[in-house]
Design a protein around this ligand. Structure first.
Ligand code: SF4
Length: 267
């Protein structure tokens, strides 16, 4: 990216209210591609461990941006996640705001050791303002609770944190576009930074595309540990995929993936 284009890019995000910028998958991939000969590995090749994403770029380094140390701002009384939620506000930063009913921020334990990330809210989530509450969400609950029960862990869904890459429902349940994930992904990045989990479980190909490697399908990614921002990431199937027809092999694989994740995080 040329210096001029980079400046425009940073200005775009600063105008959206972001104070620091997480360089998401598309740009990080371009940068990695220049350095990493394995970046274009053919589908089916062993999935290499991913380097940490590019560092955040401060968008305003002027001294005026930082409040005086002695002055306690109202934000200091809020938890880190609440500050992010306040910053989102009645967000209109991308086109997805046009048809949402509610912004679905995330739910669960704010100090969770494990974060699940899906792609975006569906109709039930949009109506209730909570992630993964529809049929796919109920299956996710059974997968989490059932897996932990089978491996003897006292962990249940409220113990983990669950959110999506985009916080507003895409129209007609379409997949979020890359630019929408790039913009809303700034909030996701801050959420993960605030929670500091030991691991992330990415649900489905779209969320994996946002965080990890565009061009590599979830069937190749699933079951292999990778990394995002210094945190171990396990991609697996989205529960809505597992609900589509008779899919015992997919369910078995998803169970294996969750078993691996929960064992790593909690045992
Ligand atoms: S999807 Fe995210 S960035 Fe887009 S309008 Fe909703 S909250 Fe804002």
């Amino acid at each position: 990216m040329s210096e001029h284009a980079l400046r425009k890019h940073l200005e775009f995000y600063r105008d959206l209210g972001f104070e620091e910028l997480f360089v998401g998958s598309s740009e990080a991939e371009q940068e990695r591609g220049a350095e990493d000969p394995k970046a274009d590995a053919a589908p089916g090749a062993e999935v290499p461990a991913q380097p940490a994403p590019a560092p955040t770029a401060p968008l305003d380094e002027s001294p005026a941006a930082a409040p005086p140390a002695s002055e306690a701002s109202p934000e200091q009384k809020l938890s880190p996640l609440q500050v992010i939620q306040e910053d989102i506000g009645d967000c209109t930063r991308c086109r997805l705001h046009k048809c949402r009913k509610t912004i679905v921020f995330g739910s669960g334990n704010p100090n969770a050791k494990l974060v699940f990330i899906g792609e975006g809210p569906g109709a039930d989530e949009d109506a209730q303002g909570l992630p993964f509450v529809g049929r796919a969400g109920q299956l996710l609950t059974r997968m989490i609770d059932g897996t932990c029960e089978r491996i003897g862990l006292p962990v249940r869904r409220p113990d983990v944190y669950i959110c999506n890459v985009v916080k507003c429902r895409p129209p007609d349940n379409r997949a979020p576009e890359l630019d929408e994930m790039e913009i809303c992904g700034q909030f996701l990045f801050r959420q993960v930074k605030a929670i500091q989990p030991k691991a992330i479980c990415v649900l489905g190909g779209t969320a994996a595309k946002a965080l990890l490697r565009p061009g590599v399908g979830i069937t190749k990614l699933r079951g292999n540990w990778t990394e995002w921002g210094g945190i171990r990431v396990m991609p697996t199937y989205h529960p809505s995929y597992l609900l589509r027809g008779y899919n015992p092999e997919g369910k078995r694989q998803a169970f294996e993936d969750l078993k691996e994740v929960f064992t790593y995080v909690y045992k």
